[in-house]
Design a protein. Structure first.
Length: 285
């Protein structure tokens, strides 16, 4: 029963669209009065990134000035990164780009980075793709410092890996330095990939399985999303929280459960005009 008591140790934030200047994300966080947020370190659709030391300096200063706790800031890595790519030069470019983004995270004094697992592009088997992902992650962890690589579950769309907890667990089991690996559960993706989260009972079943298979110690972030598509649609279509095939129960369940305290809970919902009311609603339930 204790798990269902209303608790206040929740850090709800927003994923901001791409800003050329990193520091502008901190200004937005202040505007929304949140201490958790997510953002793109560079243009998510470009390989080449130019980082500006002044921008990093401003980001750090503003976090300090606004008293924003770095523990709840989780950048989203570039969409181009595919750590399971069957194409050798794309795989190398992906590894290099993620290393670069982790380097910037360290400069920004951030501890987490969110990433999609990878895509086999229908050119190799899922198992071979998972092997590429494991090798890429181990190499990147060995050649970077501090930051925890947070793997996000996929909606089961296209040829993306990570549409079930078993695949994510297989990857974690093969990571040599487990202090540098974590998981982000996206509610909309889980629903689309075939995990029913529409009732308290189904939420219990899903997160019990998560705890047994992977463990809450690896849960480093949550993406709160509704779904514009039906259960098991295998489509990645985010919606607002309160107008979705997913329903509302999952959000009550997360807000009243101790296991989601002290991690960033990030809205990736589709309508920025609703963000404030969605946050207020979550804190009210
Ligand atoms: Zn997400």
């Amino acid at each position: 029963m204790n798990n269902y008591l209303k608790l206040i140790n929740k850090n709800i934030g927003i994923h901001f669209k791409y800003n050329l200047n990193l520091y502008k994300n901190v200004i937005l966080a202040k505007k929304f009065n949140i201490n958790a947020f997510s953002f793109f370190i560079g243009n998510p659709l470009k390989w080449n990134k130019n980082f500006n030391i002044k921008d990093i300096y401003k980001f750090n200063n503003l976090c300090k000035k606004f008293n924003i706790n770095n523990n709840y800031i989780i950048p989203h890595s570039s969409y181009l990164i595919n750590l399971g790519s069957p194409i050798q030069n794309k795989l190398l470019k992906s590894i290099n780009l993620l290393k670069q983004e982790i380097y910037i995270c360290n400069k920004l004094k951030l501890k987490l980075i969110n990433l999609h697992l990878g895509n086999h592009l229908n050119l190799i088997t899922e198992n071979k793709c998972i092997e590429n992902i494991i090798n890429s992650l181990n190499f990147i962890i060995k050649n970077t410092k501090n930051v925890i690589l947070v793997l996000e579950n996929s909606a089961g769309n296209g040829n993306y890996i990570g549409y079930n907890l078993d695949q994510i667990n297989d990857i974690i089991l093969s990571i040599k330095d487990k202090s540098r690996i974590g998981v982000c559960i996206d509610t909309g993706h889980a629903f689309a990939s075939g995990y029913d989260l529409r009732s308290f009972n189904s939420c219990d079943i899903f997160f019990d399985y998560f705890d047994k298979k992977i463990g809450f110690c690896y849960l480093k972030a949550i993406h709160l999303n509704g779904s514009r598509c039906k259960y098991f649609s295998k489509k990645d279509k985010h919606s607002s929280l309160l107008n979705s095939f997913l329903g509302n129960n999952i959000f009550y369940w997360i807000m009243r459960n101790n296991n989601f305290n002290n991690i960033p809970i990030i809205l990736e919902t589709s309508n920025p005009n609703l963000w404030l009311s969605e946050i207020n609603w979550l804190y009210s339930i």
